[in-house]
Design a protein around this ligand. Structure first.
Ligand SMILES: [Zn+2]
Length: 398
């Protein structure tokens, strides 16, 4: 547990030096294929060189996780899966680790894994054979793969909290949702949520910094993954005065469009809010995080008196943000201030909101969110709401 915590802190520290973290990516992935032979599903990666990946299995849902050194992905994602594999995702998981997650629709265990040298027009390949299995055998393999995983070497990074603000500037932490092997929603215009919300958050940062009144920090400013709970821990370590998580929604009815702002509540404001929370909270599962090693210290935070004040401030900021988004002509849902049990909003001492900027499943909404005009309007509204919020805090003597 302690080791896990320490590691999380280390990740947090690394994220702060993101800009300077241009590590050499030493592997190129140029192709991906699936094939079936009887009960065996074969997964092939075309690689620029031989590599030894770390592989482990996760249950409920059945997943195979393949960790490679940091890699450049040039392969097409438009690949038909087959056999036991129903889908796959990939992306930067932590600095230095590129993760591929295979979603299985039935249990299958790793029969073999090997590298093939260049031959017959193909370059070096990594081959993984999965053998259909019973659930019992899969669970056994999960336990074994956990045992076989080497304990990551402790990284020596200065994990001390960041200094508090200087010169009276308020610290705002922006949290673009998803990232790396968790792409979020794929909109009708073919751009992932993780990309759209990162661009929006960067625009908000630019506009907030322009005022000279705020110090803006981001949980991520590139395409990398963070566990849900780690995001608000980063905010706490950064001494955030305000935390804004940025997401974009999807729904089966493609006519639905408009943004909404969420505050934390153990009771969802409606069915739609509960559905959204279930989906957004699943980010760790999607990225192949082994949930039983994630410590659970915050899942039981009760909404008690100590947290009540933070909740009130969060709700006030939520209200301001909705109003300003509307007046900047950002399309909004009719009932756009909602409540849900969202893991990322659980910092007990930082006013926090989650902004769903709109629906990527609606074409005009998705285009707006992916446009510079759309980003600018959202950023402008956010700055005005933040200004009003802190004016209010000053008036309260804070
Ligand atoms: Zn999201």
């Amino acid at each position: 547990m302690l080791r896990c915590l320490k590691q999380i802190v280390v990740w947090g520290a690394l994220s702060l030096s993101v800009a300077g973290f241009a590590q050499a990516k030493d592997i190129d992935i140029s192709g991906v294929r699936f094939g079936v032979n009887g009960k065996v599903t074969r997964f092939v990666l075309d690689m620029s060189r031989k590599t030894t990946p770390q592989i482990f299995l996760l249950a409920d849902p059945y997943r195979v996780v393949i960790d490679l050194p940091e890699a450049n992905w040039h392969a097409s994602d438009d690949v038909k899966t087959s056999g036991a594999v129903a889908g796959f995702r990939h992306g930067l998981f932590t600095p230095g680790t590129y993760r591929i997650v295979l979603d299985l629709d039935k249990p299958a265990t790793v029969q073999s894994i090997f590298n093939l040298p260049s031959k017959g027009g193909y370059g070096p390949r990594l081959v993984l054979d999965l053998q259909a299995s019973s659930r019992g055998d899969f669970l056994k393999a999960v336990a074994e793969s956990k045992k076989a995983r080497p304990i990551p070497a402790p990284t020596v990074v200065d994990a001390t909290p960041m200094p508090r603000r200087k010169g009276g500037k308020r610290i705002i932490v922006l949290d673009p949702g998803h990232g790396g092997p968790d792409p979020g929603n794929l909109g009708v215009i073919g751009v992932y949520e993780k990309t759209i919300v990162l661009n929006i958050a960067k625009e908000i940062r630019r506009e907030l910094e322009k005022t000279g009144r705020y110090e803006v920090r981001m949980t991520r400013d590139r395409d990398i993954f963070w566990p849900v709970r780690e995001r608000f821990r980063i905010a706490r370590r950064m001494h955030a005065d305000l935390f804004i998580s940025v997401h974009a929604d999807s729904i089966s009815d493609h006519r639905t469009k408009g943004g909404s702002v969420y505050n934390l509540s153990e009771v969802a404001s409606d069915k739609e809010a509960a559905r959204l929370a279930a989906r957004e909270n699943k980010s760790d599962v999607i990225a192949g995080v082994n949930l039983d090693v994630v410590d659970d210290d915050v899942s039981n935070i009760l909404i008690d008196l100590a947290q009540r004040e933070t909740m009130n401030f969060s709700a006030q900021f939520g209200e301001l943000l909705v109003r300003e988004l509307r007046s900047e002509d950002v399309p909004m849902l009719p009932r756009s201030h909602r409540y849900a049990n969202l893991g990322v909003l659980k910092a007990p001492d930082i006013p926090s909101v989650l902004m769903e900027v709109g629906y990527l499943t609606n074409r005009s909404n998705a285009k707006f969110l992916n446009s510079s005009k759309g980003r600018k309007r959202i950023a402008k509204a956010t700055v005005i709401a933040v200004d009003k919020f802190f004016d209010h805090m000053v008036a309260l003597g804070r």
